[in-house]
Design a protein around this ligand. Sequence first.
Ligand SMILES: Cc1ncc(COP(=O)(O)O)c(C=O)c1O
Length: 463
Amino acid sequence: MTSPLDLAITHGRRFVEAQSSRSVAPTGTRADMLAPLPAALPATGMDAAAVVDLIARAAEPGLMGNLSGRFFAWVKGGALPAAQATDVMATLWDQNAVLAATSPASAVLEEVAGRLLLEALHLPPTCAYSFTTGCQMSHATALAAARNHVLAKAGWDVEVDGLIGAPPVMVLANAHRHSSVDRALRLLGLGTGCIVPLGGGGTEAGLGKVGVDELVAALASAQGAPTIVILNAGDLNLGACDDFARLVPIAHAAGAWVHVDGAFGLWLNASPRLRHQVAGIERCDSWATDGHKWLNTPYDAGMAITRHGDALKASMRMTASYLTEGGDTRDPMDYTPEWSRRARALPTLAALLELGRDGLADLIERCCDHAASIHDGIAALDGATSIARPVMNQGMIRFHDRAGRNISDAVIAAINASGEAFFSGTLWQGERTMRISVCNWQTNADDVRRTVAAAAQALAALR
Ligand SMILES: Cc1ncc(COP(=O)(O)O)c(C=O)c1O
């Protein structure tokens, strides 16, 4: 009889191997997924292998094809073979990567993953790092360190005294920031009311970018108050990157902490050809990014990095009488907001080793080239208008029918329904628009061809 584990691996492998032939979009309804499952908790348990089969059957019609090379919605990477396989091992080993004492292997390998990560991203080797669940929690983690640091400079110990009665913290943030930044500020008790948005209407630096003059003016109005500046490396519509080389020294001269949302854009720094777009990014104080986007690890791979390891430790570290400290080995818990946690750094280590420096640069550059080709191929169709040609891996296109009505959502739905490719939309400058995001190591020229053909067919049918 097949063991539950072998069955699970068979189901998983079947899904992974079918990517080029199965529909990119899910094929079933909510009712299809619920149909095989019991409506209430069974009184007696089921055979383990039967449970695995049942769950695989229930999930099948609702599985999204985000591992496919023709998936371009939101910002989602695929999963490199070594990263995916290592993730499975991490699950099977079931280590608690909280302390060196609870899992020496997890702690030591996380150290190596962190060191290689800093090298890959061309960030200072002395930076502290934290492996989180995703960029959302990386913002919360890095901004907790920022909060500690700017308030300590104002003579306030936020870890002991909290925020009630603390000097107000001002946050100057790119207006095109991802909403996860706002939620991190809410979780940290800073709230969104402290945000002063910059670069909303387009500046001399370009659309989606913070301008030098407005940053200077905003810092002057802060009058030395504890200040955090939040910049973008790749906003999710335009892929716009702030001018770090000019903005960061200005912010630092005013005593501000500079945090970057580099969920995917930070990875440009791994490419000799594209690095110029994020020039100066290594001068920031903290960076939040993801492995599950452009590095192509499976999910659950965020990274928070800061040059102020002392502030990160001060905001995250905790002790208890029953804990054993790691000695020579870094205790992951000192840097993360979690206690028990899986060995989530291991797939990142695997991805970095599988790619190497040159393979990583090639992955980043390839995705950008494919994004431009998909954009150009679709934008050339009758009824399609380019809204943003990719400067990295993100682009936007809008569709109109012959009467001039915006049919972008209908075109997206028709492409997705074809099963050939998958896109998502957004509201850009008041009008519905299709987004293009290419983050997958598997996307190739044939995927680009099939995607443009699917868009051509959908558009022709709707015009
Ligand atoms: C620019 C940007 N920042 C932050 C996030 C949040 O990342 P995560 O979903 O890994 O928490 C995203 C997600 O798409 C993003 O695109």
